[in-house]
Write a protein that binds this ligand. Sequence first.
Ligand code: HEC
Ligand code: CU
Length: 488
Amino acid sequence: MKTKKIYHRKAIMAIWFIALILFNIRCSSDTESEIVDLNKSVEVEVTAVLTDAPLVPPRIQAKANTKVIVHLEVIEKTMRLADGVDYTFWTFGGKVPGKFIRIRKGDQVEFHLHNHPDNMLPHNIDLHAVTGPGGGAEASLIAPGKSAQFSFRALNEGLYVYHCATAPVGMHIANGMYGLILVEPLEGYTPVDHEFYVMQSEFYTSGTFGAKGHQDFDMQKALDEKPDYVVMNGSVGASAGQNAMTVKVGETVRLFVGNAGPNLVSSFHAIGEIFDKVYVEGGSLINRDVQTTLIPAGGSAIVEFKCQVPGTLHLVDHSIFRAFNKGALAQIKVIGDENHTVYSGKEKEEVYLPEGSAIQHISSPKTTVSQQAVPEKTLEERLAAGEILYKQNCMACHMENGNGIGGTFPPLMNSDFLQARPDKGIGIVLHGLQGEITVNGNNYNNIMPAVALSDDQTASVLTYIFNKFNNKKELIKGADVKEWREKE
Ligand code: HEC
Ligand SMILES: [Cu+2]
């Protein structure tokens, strides 16, 4: 009897709960359509002003439902990652992080993405502020020397991350392809004296932290989620020391903070300051009196505070080795008179210099593929193994049906190029491929990364491609791959 009663009570509560949820859903969609009037036609057109970190563009002043035109150019270029350390970044607008974009709820955005002709790779953009497939990624995939255009309506306010979503997605993000887009409430946020743009991200380099010279991207470290660099605004010291942001005592500050990842969650903290207000996760929920706020990879936060005393504030990821040993540190210099009722004591400048990584003497793991002796497989076994390997390692670019993407990723389906190669494609998987090639009468000039597969796996994936994609039937053996590998 007793249990039955409880069961009844639970059932009634559940019904109430469901009713509440339904009611809330109706409420929120009602308010949304009230504010963003999708039927209202666009009357004013403005071109967005874009800025590099730590600067933030001014608010758009035009009336509601403005059409905002955004031009963003993808540029691949070698720049400083730390003193004496260079890296070939892939950027939205020539710097890392990418340009800050500022629009308002209800605005109609006409987005133009340009892929500079000197670039080597195709790129696209996924804006988290977009309601639509891939956040614009599908509509914006373009080869070097091309432009793409798409439009979207800013339905939700908040601070959003944007990033490249071209395969391999993690690699494009790891190389610097991200930034922030602010969708401001139409009436704006409360006025402050300063607004700044700060974005955290990781770099996975062939050498350890501080190793001199040009550094390559290290896929294995990225997979292991073990970055050598965790930085604020794209490089070690980008917004610290000489490049620190400056404000005066008594002024209010709003920070638009993003975390590009690609892997780590940031415990964002300002040493020597308390956040009066935090727009949690960059949305509409406001928390107050916060010491450290969590920013997920691919997420953001808006924080506000008043600078009451002079000194240097250190903006850090409080996973603290990242701040002092890997570069995750930016600074705000607060200039003005002491206020001894708030804080008494002398500030020592530059206490928190990056310490370097002398302790990390353990050499980085080499990404050689282990070659275990595997018995040769039958055709059926190779096709089964090859299908899985293809989906994991090749499909993102060459597509499930092997047709590729016009102008960017060549087809493996009935490929005259592949069938004419004496190595049966083995060299392509082992070393990658770049430079101009012609496949079935169409030219391609892009880069395919080497794919780290064992001899046995390489044999299976190529056997799959030869047999399933209408090429001449071949059974490629692990021994064939080994022979090519050792010959080269
Ligand atoms: C990141 C995208 C990407 C991935 C992943 C990728 N490829 Fe490619 N692949 C390319 C590009 C780009 C080219 C053309 C390179 C050029 O222009 O020189 C290419 C060319 C080729 C070619 C020669 C051209 C043709 O169409 O016959 C073969 C064969 C090939 N890839 C096989 C593979 C196999 C097998 C895998 C998986 C093990 C794979 N690719 C994974 C991007 C990729
Ligand atoms: Cu890209």
